[in-house]
Design a protein around this ligand. Structure first.
Ligand code: CP
Ligand code: NVA
Length: 303
């Protein structure tokens, strides 16, 4: 595996399957409260320029369970991107800490951290992508479906950081991936191109909420305005109205379809209370799997 965990495209198909298998093993150990002290006497620096519930809690809980100590460094602590150069932060923090996890705005900043850090850097979300989330998602789908064969994932909403990581996964694992978004909110062209041209998967970018969802095994959504875009939320509400994942949309796929959302959800906007609470909703399994997948990523990076 690469020295850092920054993008799904940096992994081979075999490395993705190895991570899924290690995640399952660590999940069973964690649930059985077994001792697994891989990070005894080690420390994790968690750098957050944006808010978080799942990422912060799951990394800290996971690293502590594995015998180490996790430090939370919030937006006002080290002033990442403001107080000193990222390349200086990278070299200082990696002298103290064995692993660095960072959630940043600008993707270039995490690339710079990784370039100058002697410790592995894990991407906990940037404006561009969210690879830990998509690894947790694919583990969750494999648990619910029993297989990743013949998979059609239809993402509905903004062509954002979540979509970029799905596209990179589709460049490694065969699937049909549809991104159903309003015009003007398509994902990054270069990332679509990467997924389309390497020929592993069928990629569809569509604006048709009737045709696009047909045959989907999974309907996945995310907030219409991501962190850093919240002032656009009201304006986006009108533009995205037709893209709400509600009971009607879920019933029009033509098959039994799972509902997924990376969370946090804005109920009443991109999805509804009924869908979040339905039997086909697996959003909390997804959230739990963040912990197990990230444990596996950190173990793999340090083994
Ligand atoms: N899904 C996710 O990353 O959640 P947080 O923003 O709460 O960490
Ligand atoms: N697209 C969302 C994901 C949150 C986990 C955001 O960036 O805010």
């Amino acid at each position: 595996m690469d020295k850092h965990f920054l993008h799904i495209k940096d992994l081979t198909k075999e490395e993705i399957f190895d991570l899924i298998s290690l995640s399952k093993d660590l999940k069973s150990k964690f649930r059985n409260k077994e001792d697994f002290k891989h990070f005894h006497n080690k420390s994790l620096a968690m750098i957050f320029a944006k808010p978080s519930a799942r990422t912060r809690i799951s990394f800290e809980t996971g690293f502590t369970w594995m015998g180490g100590h996790a430090l939370f460094l919030g937006p006002n602590d080290i002033g990442i991107g403001k107080r000193e150069a990222n390349k200086d932060i990278a070299r200082v923090v990696s002298r103290y800490n064995d692993v660095i996890m960072a959630r940043l705005f600008d993707h270039k900043h995490i690339l710079e951290l990784a370039e100058y850090s002697n410790s592995p850097v894990v991407n906990g979300l940037t404006d561009y992508n969210h690879p830990c989330q998509i690894m947790a998602d694919i583990l969750t789908i494999s648990e619910h479906r029993g297989t990743l064969d013949d998979l059609h994932v239809c993402y509905v909403g903004d062509g954002n950081n979540i979509v970029h990581s799905w596209l990179q996964l589709a460049a490694r694992l065969p699937m049909k991936f549809t991104c159903l978004c309003p015009e003007g909110f398509s994902p990054d062209e270069a990332t679509v191109e990467l997924a389309m041209t390497n020929g592993v998967s069928e990629i569809v970018i569509s604006h048709d909420t009737i045709e696009g969802i047909k045959g989907a095994d999974v309907i996945y959504t995310d907030v219409w305005a991501s962190m850093g875009q919240k002032e656009e939320a009201e304006a986006r509400e009108k533009l995205f109205a037709e893209f709400q994942v509600n009971g009607d949309m879920m019933s029009r796929t033509g098959k039994d379809t799972l509902f997924m959302h990376c969370l946090p959800a804005e109920r009443g906007r991109e999805t509804t209370d009924n869908v979040m609470e339905a039997d086909y909703s697996i959003v909390f399994d997804q959230a739990e799997n963040r912990l197990h997948v990230q444990n596996a990523i950190m173990v793999a990076l340090t083994s």
